[in-house]
Design a protein around this ligand. Structure first.
Ligand code: CMP
Length: 133
């Protein structure tokens, strides 16, 4: 069964949105297979967002994801990657449709509340990165 990986980012945890975010995934029918609270250390953040290293916003992105506690989860279900991406909405909160997590709870990047894997292959890498084998 397909799995995906999500992070409720520091601003989502600080604003008390963990239950809200996870409940949207559960209501859709996705199963929470793993769940943990933790933090993203700077060295791990730089690997996780390595594909954005040349972007002007890289510094603020690393600062934002390392700013405080986060919640990590592995979600499972048919088409889990695409379903989660549909539920969270567009990366840019200005473009995220109302009814999506980012559309309902975020104002601007990098504070878009949730990270989610962009493919099943990326999900495998990210699950290993944050949960180990
Ligand atoms: P995420 O899905 O975690 O993947 C990359 C992140 O980079 C994205 O969510 C945003 O938090 C952040 N991001 C993307 N574009 C910008 C931008 N223009 N300015 C600041 N942060 C950005």
């Amino acid at each position: 069964m397909e799995q995906t990986f999500i992070i409720v980012k520091p601003e989502g945890v600080a604003r008390g949105l963990v239950g809200e975010v996870l409940s949207r995934f559960e209501r859709k029918g996705l199963k929470i297979k793993r769940l943990a609270m933790g933090e993203v250390k700077e060295d791990v953040a730089k690997v996780h967002y390595g594909h954005h290293a040349d972007k002007p916003f890289f510094g603020e992105l690393i600062q934002a994801i390392t700013a405080g506690p986060v919640v990590f989860a592995v979600l499972e279900g048919p088409g889990a990657v695409q379903h989660v991406r549909n539920l969270i909405g567009a990366t840019d909160p200005f473009k995220a449709a109302p009814g999506t997590i980012r559309g309902d709870f975020a104002l601007e990047n990098p504070f878009n509340i949730v990270h989610a894997s962009d493919s099943p292959e990326t999900a495998k890498e990210e699950i290993k990165r944050f949960f180990g084998d």
